[in-house]
Write a protein that binds this ligand. Structure first.
Ligand SMILES: [Zn+2]
Length: 121
């Protein structure tokens, strides 16, 4: 069994690159993994990250947004309609932008550990 560098694989995945070569794209579409890397032919589609990436996205966005919203509220005290009309869509866009990166990081971690998402306890 060969060990794969975990941090490098996570970083490459976060950049939406193949955890093996770091050059090929890991997605065919938005967050649908390509069958294999187009550069090194490493199979990727069999790795299922399931809810790992959405949970990681929620954790990261929560730690980023709660202090930001709290700071904006403390400094400017905008009315509720501003929070709802500006903040709501902005949060959705940020989550949708971050999700492919977190899923890539999860895919890189699982690839480095040799996991596919089908493991039993
Ligand atoms: Zn590759």
């Amino acid at each position: 069994m060969t060990s794969k560098p975990i941090l490098r694989s996570i970083f490459r995945g976060f950049r939406k690159r193949c955890p093996n070569c770091g050059k090929g794209h890991i997605y065919g579409r938005y967050i649908k993994p390509a069958d294999c890397c187009h550069t090194c032919q490493e199979p990727l589609a069999h790795i299922r990250t399931d809810d790992f990436a959405p949970w990681l996205t929620i954790i990261l966005m929560g730690h980023l947004l709660v202090p930001t919203i709290y700071g904006i509220e403390r400094m400017y005290q905008p009315p509720l309609w501003v929070h709802a009309s500006v903040g709501g869509p902005l949060i959705i866009l940020l989550v949708l932008a971050l999700l492919p990166h977190t899923k890539g990081a999860c895919l890189g971690l699982m690839w480095a550990l040799g996991l596919t998402g089908d493991e039993r306890q």
